[in-house]
Write a protein that binds this ligand. Structure first.
Ligand SMILES: NC(=O)c1ccc[n+]([C@@H]2O[C@H](COP(=O)([O-])OP(=O)(O)OC[C@H]3O[C@@H](n4cnc5c(N)ncnc54)[C@H](O)[C@@H]3O)[C@@H](O)[C@H]2O)c1
Length: 308
């Protein structure tokens, strides 16, 4: 199992670290354009191997795609992150060019790969990969919902004063402050709906805190977060590498599902060795359906800025 992570910055390195710590991949290649950066991150991470007890071999390269050849899974984290006060959509100008050329270079050496797109605005970058490559739609996966759901569970556990392992919840829709649709009506503590424990006002607060989860951290850190994003990517990589058939909300290309067409947006999917093995259509309330529709309009509007 060979995994390539393009972009050895905050998210890429964190992702490589969690993949190695989970010890399911034989090899992780980090690639960056900054001279020596990926090699340095890879060496530093390898020096944690004896301490953290993993056997995954991590190597780094400055722009040499031949080193990524025959990667089973490729992850794109290259591009600029947002600064405080910025929206993810504002990154499109620079990141679209980077993502398009990185995807094409990766495919030259790994034509049968499964590609995970992380760079923002993620749903539009996933759509861009769909439109500019020949990869089948099940092999193009956008990571956003897995992170947003982890943040939702964090906020629910906080509101309920409960351990996170008791909490179940999912965020679908676009990976943006306005576009996220946290499914509060489905959220539960050990099968008991959270509405049994929380007032309407508290639930609204949880939803709002979840939607600005990334922006809150960007304000605190001065750049976007990396631990939870890296962990979320590593969970998707593991589900595919180990054929787990696990369900995550991921940005997937839709052709009629959820009444949406020609768009990549967050919906529940099953991940296994073939990438997206199934798009799961769940029952949504009328309010959730309306929010999903509004979210899709936002993503489509950003997609129109692409020159494909
Ligand atoms: N989808 C999500 O949930 C999510 C979460 C967090 C961050 N992000 C996004 O991920 C991206 C990376 O964030 P970060 O915090 O790691 O940024 P970062 O600046 O720390 O790292 C980005 C890296 O990409 C490299 N890079 C730029 N152009 C490249 C190219 N053409 N080829 C190879 N490498 C290239 C840079 O040299 C840099 O090291 C951003 O777009 C950010 O918005 C997405």
């Amino acid at each position: 199992m060979k995994v390539t992570v393009v972009g050895a910055g905050a998210v890429g390195a964190s992702c490589a670290e969690y993949i190695a710590m989970k010890n399911f991949a034989s090899e992780v290649v980090l690639l960056d354009i900054k001279e020596g950066y990926a090699e340095g991150k890879a060496m530093d991470l390898m020096q944690t191997a004896s301490l953290n007890g993993f056997d995954t071999k991590i190597t780094g390269t400055t722009g040499d795609y031949s080193k990524t050849a025959n990667s089973d899974i490729t992850v794109i984290t290259s591009g600029i992150p947002r600064k405080p006060g910025m929206t993810r959509e504002e990154l499109i100008g620079i990141n679209a060019g980077i993502v398009k050329s990185v995807a094409s270079s990766l495919l030259e050496h790994s034509p049968n790969t499964t590609m995970i797109v992380v760079s923002n605005p993620m749903d539009t970058m996933t759509y861009l990969v769909h439109k500019t490559t020949d990869l089948p739609k099940n092999r193009i996966i956008g990571m956003g919902g897995a992170l947003d759901s982890a943040r939702f569970k964090y906020r629910l556990a906080e509101a309920l004063d409960a351990p996170i392992s008791d909490i179940d919840g999912m965020v679908i829709g676009g990976h943006s402050d306005k576009g996220m649709v946290p499914l509060i009506s489905h959220a539960a503590r050990n099968s008991v709906k959270v509405s049994e424990f929380l007032s309407d006002d508290r639930m609204k607060q949880v939803v709002e805190d979840t939607k600005v989860g990334g922006a809150t951290l960007t304000k605190l850190l001065g750049t976007s977060a990396w631990y939870a994003p890296g962990a979320a990517v590593s969970s998707l990589v593991q589900a595919i590498a180990c054929d787990q058939k696990k369900m995550f909300p991921c940005s997937a290309y839709l052709e009629g599902e959820y009444n949406l067409n020609d768009i990549c947006i967050g919906v529940p999917v099953l991940l296994g060795k073939n990438g997206i093995e199934k798009i799961v259509e769940i029952e949504l309330s009328d309010a959730e359906k309306a929010k999903m529709q509004e979210s899709a309009e936002g993503v489509s509007k950003t997609n129109t800025l692409l020159q494909v």
